[in-house]
Structures are given as structure tokens and as C-alpha cells.
Design a binder for this molecule. Structure first.
Ligand SMILES: Cc1ncc(COP(=O)(O)O)c(C=O)c1O
Length: 299
């Protein structure tokens, strides 16, 4: 499986003397794409070693992680259980319909109860109820996921100055930071409003995995467009233009916002002339069908 580097040709980049490469992690797998593959890899291995037959995980109704875990279960022979935030809506949306078609059993819990997703008593309850499955946290983020995400940078065979990625739970950027071990500069673009809270969580993830604290990274918190899964017309028109020009599909929750933010920073002269940037395409394209269904937006 490969995640090739693709160089962008764009007048904005030329004008500002910037070289921008996209690391196409979205091409790693048709259904377990981008950071999902990286995050699940060692979790699946651990589940196999522990002879677990079932994976249980958490997510919202449009979650990329739910779709990827369902596909991984089907491909690698695990039963899968999705604990879904909120009520059931029928017919199932494209994400849950895909997950269900992979054999995932969907269990809906209230938004209140969902907040207990890290609570040890609640996790114990679930373990008892579902016959001791391998429990993977929301977004797939745990120490094994961070380990998998360190591999994102391993096959980048060019010289570069900055590495950029979108952030949700912080697991992906934590792996990148740990993998780079203080080299280069890393920029994370949180998809949530108030993404500053991630600073500490990422530090902890990096520390737990690597035993180190690094300072060569920063969160750029200005490009959330109102919050998680919120969109604005300027984001959608940027994505449309980007896709037409570069033939690289984006989605509005993570990669679209990161790319918008990156282009905006370049436009504002944030980077010195001569800078080389690698932006990680973390996949998530399955979510576009849900946007179309929910908002009638073609992305
Ligand atoms: C497509 C995509 N990109 C980026 C992220 C952010 O990753 P993380 O939660 O590890 O910060 C996610 C969410 O997991 C995602 O689905």
C-alpha cells in the first residue's frame, strides 16, 4: 500500500515561492483510508494477538472511524460493534449504511451517555455486555494509534520544512510529532472550535508514546469554520476550485479546512520564500456522501 507524494502546481505557490506536496494517505486503502489505516494497524494486530474476535468502538453518525473500523473488521475477520452517539435515524445515512453492510452491529446511546466513552465503569459495562471485545476509543486514538501514525512520515523521501495535518482527537499529529522527534516544524489544523484544548491532549499522547516533550509544533486554530462539521460558502468554493485545479478530492470536515487554512497562511506570507511544505491528506472522503444527503451539498 502506498501513499505517494504529489506536488501541487498553483499560481499562489509560485507567487510566494512555496513548494507544496500532498501526502496522499487517502490512497492507502479504498475504505480504511488515510489516518484510519495508520491508527487501526497496530490495534488490529494487538486484537489478533489477544485472540479477540470482536472490535468495539465509538463514533458519531457520520464518523470516518466507524466506517473504517467496520471495513477493517470485514477484511480482517473481526465482528464489529459501533456505539453510535444519538438516536437511530432510518433509513441509515451513507456512513452507517456502509458500516452495517460490512457487518457492524450498531448500538445507539444518548448524547449524555456517550460522554462516558472514556469512563472505566462504563467501558467495563460494555465489556461485560458484549463479551469482552477489543475496545478502541473514539477516533481510534490510543497509544497504538500514535505508533501507527509515526509511520506517516517514514516514506517521505524529500527535504521539507513543514508538515501539516488536520486534527480531531490529536492522535494523528501526536504520531507525526513523535515520529519526527524534534525535526522539522509541524502544524495542526483543528477541525473543532476551541481547538486550543488539544494542546495538552497532544502533549500527553506524545509523552505517553515516546517519553519526550517536543516544541517544534503548533496548532492553528482559526480555520474551524464555526465548529466540527460546520461549513461556510467560502470553504465550499475553495474546495471546489482546489478539486478542479488539482484533481485531488477533499472533504469539508478535516482536509478541506486544513487546505483552506494552509492556502490562507501562504497568501498572508506566514511562510518564508523557499519553504517546502508537506500536507497530509488524511482521507475521510466517505463523509462526502453524508454531506450531500444532509445538506444537499455536492462536495
Ligand atoms: C479525515 C480525517 N482527517 C483527520 C482526522 C483527525 O485525526 P485525529 O483525530 O487523529 O486528530 C480525522 C479524525 O480522526 C479524520 O477522519
Amino acid at each position: 500500500m502506498e501513499a505517494p507524494l504529489q506536488k501541487l502546481q498553483d499560481p499562489l505557490l509560485e507567487e510566494h515561492g512555496i513548494t507544496l506536496w500532498i501526502k496522499r494517505e487517502d490512497l492507502l486503502h479504498p475504505h480504511i483510508s488515510g489516518n484510519k489505516w495508520r491508527k487501526l494497524k497496530y490495534n488490529l494486530q494487538a486484537a489478533q494477538e489477544q485472540q479477540k474476535s470482536t472490535l468495539l468502538t465509538f463514533g458519531g453518525a457520520y464518523s470516518n472511524h466507524i466506517a473504517a473500523t467496520a471495513a477493517a473488521g470485514k477484511e480482517y475477520g473481526f465482528k464489529t460493534i459501533g456505539i453510535i452517539r444519538g438516536e437511530e435515524h432510518l433509513p441509515l445515512n451513507p456512513t452507517l449504511s456502509f458500516a452495517s453492510s460490512c457487518g457492524m452491529a450498531l448500538h445507539y446511546i444518548s448524547r449524555e451517555k456517550y460522554k462516558l466513552k472514556h469512563d472505566s465503569n462504563f467501558l467495563q459495562e460494555l465489556a461485560t455486555q458484549f463479551n469482552n471485545p477489543c475496545i478502541i476509543p473514539e477516533g481510534g486514538t490510543n497509544n497504538l494509534a500514535v505508533k501507527g501514525c509515526t509511520e506517516i512520515i517514514e516514506d517521505i523521501a524529500i527535504e521539507y520544512d513543514y508538515l501539516c495535518c488536520a486534527s480531531g482527537t490529536g492522535g494523528t499529529i501526536a504520531g507525526i510529532i513523535a515520529g519526527l522527534a524534534g525535526e522539522k516544524k509541524v502544524l495542526g489544523f483543528p477541525a473543532l472550535k476551541g481547538g486550543e484544548f488539544l494542546q495538552q491532549e497532544i502533549e500527553e499522547l506524545v509523552q505517553n508514546y515516546s517519553g519526550h516533550k517536543y516544541s517544534n509544533w503548533q496548532l492553528i486554530t482559526d480555520y474551524h469554520f464555526g465548529g466540527y462539521a460546520k461549513v461556510k460558502p467560502e470553504l465550499l468554493s475553495f474546495m471546489k476550485q482546489f478539486q478542479e485545479q488539482h484533481a485531488i478530492p477533499l472533504e469539508p470536515v478535516y482536509t478541506g479546512k486544513m487546505m483552506y487554512g494552509l492556502f490562507d497562511l501562504i497568501q498572508k506570507g506566514y511562510f518564508e520564500r523557499g519553504t517546502t511544505i508537506v500536507a497530509v491528506h488524511t482521507g475521510g472522503l466517505q463523509g462526502n456522501a453524508g454531506f450531500k444527503e444532509r445538506l444537499g451539498i455536492e462536495v
